[in-house]
Ligand binder design. Structure first.
Ligand code: KIV
Ligand code: ZN
Length: 397
């Protein structure tokens, strides 16, 4: 097994590896569990999208999770297949077994490093945790060339201890170092600073890829991920539609499109084919039963819809007036000029042309007035409503 994605990113400093955790952290959202067939289909969509790493599950968690990771490792050839393991030999061995069929496989092992987690969750002294970092990463490295190590709750970890743990993981052979904001606590500037500090001060930091993993408890997961990239991270851990523990993970579609649209500010790119984004979003929503909010960035039903007359007029003259990307960039079909009470005459005339009507000025004025009266009473004015009111206006003129 090789570590192609890590090597590629090392060669090109502006390439950001996209690590999708929809099937691992995403599936940890209450109610989001997915069947084997659904996971296989999603893995194919993610592979088509050219996601670099697919975290397919937590093999020791259940036989079902093990089978899913293994089955995905058997069919996916273009993305690295990763499984999660705690810092325990049984977890690491089970994970290695699950990813064995993969053309490129990765073991992702983690342990908590923050005072609150070490004291209450692990009930371990920091020196014991440090020792487990070395043991777990060495064990994983004996089974797989591509090993990611995560400092769970890194953003609430004392900086000096975090540096020591990262150094231990690098010495033991980790190829990717993940700095999770496990409880969505960090701030963009603070998160960037953590990466800069580790990259500048930890021996061997130049040999590994640093990764972001941001939760959305304060609604900052995407901003923090981008800030992590500014601080030197070259892998982002994301989930489709931002699903994940509690308030979720950084949304894949938002991080990818922010990097793409604002390449002028953040000169980094991913290998993702964004035209598959809407397909992935709809599929994840369908299998989890989690609806996508209408105003959700990139994939929401209203992300490319315009109702106000001023905006519609601008859009009809030049789409750049109110859109910073095109709907087909993300596989969303076309811009939707929604007919409602805020719509103007320009959009109304265009809509009627689309429906096959070319009205003279008087008929158009009459129909427009009737449309405004209807729109004041009705939330949604459908094409059939327009046809009926235009036919009526024509009959009475
Ligand atoms: O949020 C987190 O810390 C995690 C780790 C297991 C990477 O999901
Ligand atoms: Zn997480």
């Amino acid at each position: 097994m090789t570590t192609v994605s890590a090597a590629a990113a090392r060669d090109s400093r502006d390439r950001v590896i996209v690590f999708d955790t929809t099937m691992r952290d995403g599936e940890q959202s209450p109610g989001a569990s997915m069947s084997l067939d659904e996971k296989l289909e999603l893995a194919k969509i993610l592979e088509d999208m050219r996601v670099d790493v697919i975290e397919a599950g937590f093999p020791i968690a259940s036989n079902g999770d093990f089978e899913a990771v293994r089955a995905i490792a058997e069919i996916v050839t273009e993305s690295t297949i990763c499984g999660l393991a705690r810092a325990a030999p049984a977890d690491i061995e089970r994970c290695a077994e699950a990813i064995r069929p993969a053309k490129r496989g990765r073991i992702h092992t983690f342990i908590s490093t923050s005072p609150v987690h070490m004291k209450w969750k692990l009930q371990m002294e920091p020196e014991k945790v440090l020792d487990m970092v070395t043991r777990s990463v060495s064990h994983a490295r004996n089974l797989c060339d591509d090993v990611e190590w995560s400092a769970e709750d890194a953003t609430r970890t004392e900086r000096d201890f975090l540096r020591r743990c990262v150094e231990a993981a690098i010495r033991a052979g980790a190829t990717t170092i993940n700095i999770p904001d496990t409880v969505g606590y960090t701030y963009p500037s603070e998160y960037a600073d953590i990466f800069r500090d580790l990259i500048e001060n930890v021996p061997g930091a130049d040999k590994v890829i640093f990764s972001t993993h941001c939760h959305n408890d304060l609604g900052l997961a995407v901003a923090n991920s981008l800030s992590g990239v500014q601080g030197g991270a070259r892998q982002v851990e994301v989930a489709v539609n931002g699903i994940g523990e509690r308030a979720g993970n950084a949304a894949l579609e938002e991080v990818v499109m922010a990097l793409r649209v604002r390449g002028d500010r953040l000169p980094f790119h991913t290998g993702v084919d964004a035209t598959h984004i809407t397909r992935a979003s709809r599929y994840v929503s369908a299998i989890t039963g989690f609806p996508v909010q209408f105003n959700k960035a990139i994939v929401g039903k209203n992300a490319f819809a315009h109702e106000s007359g001023i905006h519609q007029d601008g859009m009809l003259k030049n789409a750049e007036t109110y859109e910073i990307m095109r709907p087909d960039d993300v596989g969303q079909g076309s811009t939707n000029l929604v007919m409602g009470k805020h719509s103007g005459r320009h959009a109304f005339r265009e809509k009627l042309k689309e429906l096959g009507y070319d009205l003279g000025q008087n008929a158009l004025n009459e129909a427009f007035q009737r449309f405004k009266d209807l729109a004041d009473k009705k939330k949604h004015v459908f094409d059939d409503d327009l046809i009926a009111l235009v036919d009526d206006a024509l009959a009475s003129s």
